[in-house]
Design a protein around this ligand. Structure first.
Ligand code: IPD
Length: 277
């Protein structure tokens, strides 16, 4: 109540676009790279600069809101709205110049901290390389701005899991990856094919745009998925997530309505068996 969702969506679009411009236009020849949780989990100086820009702009536009970012340096607020931001989702792609990474910005209500209950009410995901901007607000539909055009997004109508193109992703810890691989061994023969595109935010938007029938991943953080899940849900996809009985950190999935039940039953069972909850 009292929250102007149209305004939040507009702010999300504006700051995501600006940060997207920064990471592509000011990318240095030689990226400064530091390791985070594992040697392959890296943060570049541009992740940090992008987050600083997001913090800056959000402080100016929405001074009473809190901000939670993937990188350090969030802040508390008093309005009940928290901006959950991933300054570069798909950092490995960014590092290798694979044009599949994004700036993800979501306005959430509730507690987006570890294990907390929250829900995204507006959000935007910008792909700096393609110029695409995916955005949504609760109840307002999902939209894609690209090449000067805006179009409404709809999930696919696939009804058969065997014909579904399914996206997924992997964490950085070798032990988690081994378990994710065991799940995949069983899922791959049961679907059309698997894509590992490298950005959870864009994968969720791909479900919204009908470029994937479904997507799932274990172990995501709120900033990887907050905006993308809202876009997928508003495009008519079914989304498992924060209010699923499965813990918020454990399993994220989004699927076209016709394959949602089969996909989620399968992936949840396989997650329990192989990944553990
Ligand atoms: C990663 C990407 C990747 C997913 C990983 C995430 P980051 O985000 O979204 O697709 O599989 O689980 O951590 O680290 O590049 O912001």
């Amino acid at each position: 109540a009292g929250v102007d969702l149209a305004e939040l969506e507009e702010v999300a679009c504006r700051v995501a676009r600006e940060a997207a411009r920064l990471v592509v236009e000011e990318r240095p020849e030689d990226l400064g790279v530091a390791a985070k949780s594992t040697p392959t989990d890296v943060v570049t100086e541009m992740d940090q600069r992008s987050q600083e820009l997001l913090l800056d702009r959000l402080a100016a536009l929405r001074p009473r809101d809190a901000v939670l970012g993937e990188e350090e340096g969030g802040r508390d607020g008093t309005s009940g709205v928290t901006w959950v931001v991933d300054p570069i989702d798909g950092t490995t792609n960014y590092l290798y110049r694979v044009p599949q990474y994004a700036v993800s910005v979501a306005a959430v209500v509730g507690d987006p901290g570890e294990g907390g209950r929250w829900r995204a009410v507006a959000g935007a995901v910008a792909n700096p390389e393609s110029g695409e901007l995916f955005h949504a607000r609760e109840g307002g539909g999902a939209w894609l701005d690209a090449r000067g055009d805006t179009r409404r997004l709809r999930a696919r109508s696939t009804g058969d899991l065997a014909l579904a193109l399914v996206g997924t992703g992997f964490g950085y810890a070798p032990e988690l990856r081994a378990r994710q691989a065991r799940l995949l061994v069983e899922l791959l023969p049961a679907v059309r094919d698997i894509r590992r595109q490298g950005s959870a935010a864009l994968d969720l938007c791909a479900v919204a745009a009908g470029r994937l029938d479904a997507y799932y991943e274990t172990g995501l953080h709120a900033w990887d998925r907050a905006a993308g899940e809202l876009v997928a849900r508003e495009a008519g996809a079914r989304v498992g997530g924060p209010f699923d009985e499965v813990a918020a950190q454990a399993l994220t999935w989004a699927a076209a309505p016709g394959v949602a039940e089969a996909l989620s039953d399968r992936v949840r069972a396989l997650t329990r068996e192989h990944v553990g909850l």
